[in-house]
Design a protein around this ligand. Structure first.
Ligand code: NAD
Length: 490
């Protein structure tokens, strides 16, 4: 056990075999409040031995957990849902402290996570396979969904409360054991959620937590006892995880980064579209895989729409996430703030016009925070770096297109395919968008294409590596194998 450090939350622990233990690796890092720059906790990184212990414990727990009735397996999930709701405010406050987003955003994030626990409580229905009577003469055939063993999820910093719940509840409801490796940047909310898991009454070893960084992830990818890996994070890492996990014979689903587009055509309600487009770009300080940074506007309404976007951007309040007025919190680290500022500088150098410049900003009382105000670029073209690469900050790019077809073409040229939105009053455009837009999550007249838990969370092109996605039936299929059972009584 390492020594508790003198921070508000002390040392972050692993949860293995029903015990809270310190990670055993050599490395570690501070968990820092991005608004104040103060260390609030320390997280040690798990060694290969820590991962091995969690996997072996998970394998042992799997033997009896997978044999329990599914109705019995979902009971602790019902209790977990209740506990998450009872502790939602406390979790949201912790989320703001370690991540920086606003309290409202944190509560919203947790709500989307809870929805997944609710959806996974439907496992008795989700697990029902197919049956064909008289599949062949005298033969009936049935598909039987069976759990496989120990699964792991490796999750990113931007939704530490929600993203683990895209996987965890479904993995255990289907009868598997589950190991979570959360982001090392904000591991306090995942730790608190696993405390609630413990309180909900899962048997030891069914849900385990191992903290860590790259080496811990490699230990997971190389462990023979792990059947499959779910990953959410940046595209280069997603690609590596996909390749390594597959090379080690594992199932893998790897969700990567994004560069999402909004198309606004002249028939759209422009006030509504501007409010939603800006909301989508700046929510969670732009640190969202569903942020719509590139807004492609039909030429005829470009200037009018730009004015509305500028008005919306100027209404934003940058500050500490726990202050009521704040709409944009700090970025996660000083390094990431530098990266986003460099993108803004690159945009200027490449010829886009920065009509709202959020760079010169100080938040009173939070001078050491990683703050950047909202930035609005106009005259962005598809070949510019800021139009092609994920910025992950409060930056919105206005682009123009002669008509809907050209806007769609511009959008489809992107290497990414996570999400896209269309604002229109035309059913014909909406239908064409639904047919031809190359992204996995699409929305018409909605700023953020975030699917509810009972639909899978899509993603295409460089935004996703694999075939079965997070959430709903897709993830249930990921966590189970379908055995085909053939029966004949001659
Ligand atoms: P990241 O890729 O840096 O880290 C994600 C996870 O991978 C963390 O747990 C981290 O410890 C681990 N990791 C980091 N580098 C690694 C390496 N070289 N080898 C093995 N493991 C490594 O991502 P992030 O900065 O935490 O999150 C932001 C990114 O996640 C953005 O690109 C965002 O678009 C993406 N994201 C995607 C989705 C989606 O559904 N597609 C959802 C949320 C976030």
């Amino acid at each position: 056990m390492s020594q508790e450090t003198a921070t508000a939350y002390g040392d972050v622990h692993n949860y293995v075999d029903g015990e809270w233990v310190a990670p055993d690796g050599d490395a570690g890092q501070d968990v820092v409040n991005p608004a104040t720059g103060e260390a609030i906790a320390h997280v040690g990184f798990s060694s290969t031995g820590d991962v091995d212990e969690a996997v072996r414990t998970g394998q042992k727990a799997f033997e009896s957990w997978s044999d329990r009735a599914v109705e019995e397996r979902v009971q602790p999930l019902f209790r977990f849902k209740q506990l998450l709701e009872e502790h939602q405010d406390e979790l949201a406050e912790l989320l703001v402290e370690e991540h920086g987003k606003t309290f409202g955003e944190a509560k919203g994030e947790l709500r989307r996570g809870i929805e997944n626990v609710e959806a996974a409580c439907g496992a008795p229905t989700l697990l029902r396979g197919g049956h064909v009577q008289h599949a062949a003469p005298g033969i009936d055939e049935t598909g039987v969904r069976q759990p496989l063993g120990v699964f792991a999820a490796i999750t990113p910093f931007n939704f530490p409360g929600m993203i683990p719940l895209w996987f965890l509840p479904y993995a255990v409801a289907t009868g598997n054991a589950f190991v979570l490796k959360p982001s090392e940047q904000d591991p306090l909310v995942p730790q608190r959620m696993v405390e609630l898991i413990e309180e909900a009454g899962f048997p030891d070893g069914v849900v385990q937590l191992v903290n860590g960084g790259v080496d811990t992830v490699n230990a997971i990818l190389e462990h023979d006892g792990i059947e499959g890996v779910s990953f959410v994070g940046s595209t280069p890492v997603a690609r590596t995880i996909y390749e390594k996990a597959a090379a080690n014979g594992k199932r893998v689903q790897a969700q990567g980064g994004a560069k999402n587009h909004v198309i606004v055509t002249e028939s759209a309600d422009l006030d509504f579209a501007a409010e939603k487009a800006v909301g989508s770009s700046f929510a969670c300080s732009g640190e969202r895989c569903l942020a719509n940074d590139n807004v492609v506007v039909e030429e005829s309404v470009y200037e009018e729409f730009l004015d509305l976007v500028v008005e919306e951007a100027e209404r934003q309040v940058v500050g500490y996430g726990l202050d009521d007025d704040t709409t944009i919190g700090p970025l996660i680290t000083p390094d990431h703030e530098r990266t986003v500022r460099n993108y803004v500088e690159t945009g200027v150098q490449e010829g886009a016009e920065l009509v709202v410049d959020g760079r010169d900003i100080t938040v009173e009382g939070y001078e050491d925070g990683n703050f950047l105000g909202p930035c609005v670029f106009r005259d962005v073209t598809a070949d510019m770096t800021i139009a092609r690469e994920e910025i992950f900050g409060p930056v919105i790019n206005l682009m123009s297109a002669s008509d809907f077809d050209e806007a769609l073409e511009t959008m489809n040229e992107s290497d990414f395919g996570n999400a896209a939105s269309l604002f229109t009053g035309s059913g014909k455009e909406a239908q064409r968008f639904r047919h031809d837009a190359e992204a996995g999550n699409l929305a018409v007249n909605a700023g953020t294409a975030a699917p509810m838990a009972f639909f899978h969370f899509g993603g295409e092109k460089d935004s996703f590596f694999g075939d079965l996605h997070a959430q709903a039936e897709d993830v249930v299929r990921f966590y189970t194998d379908e055995t085909v059972y053939i029966e004949r009584w001659p």
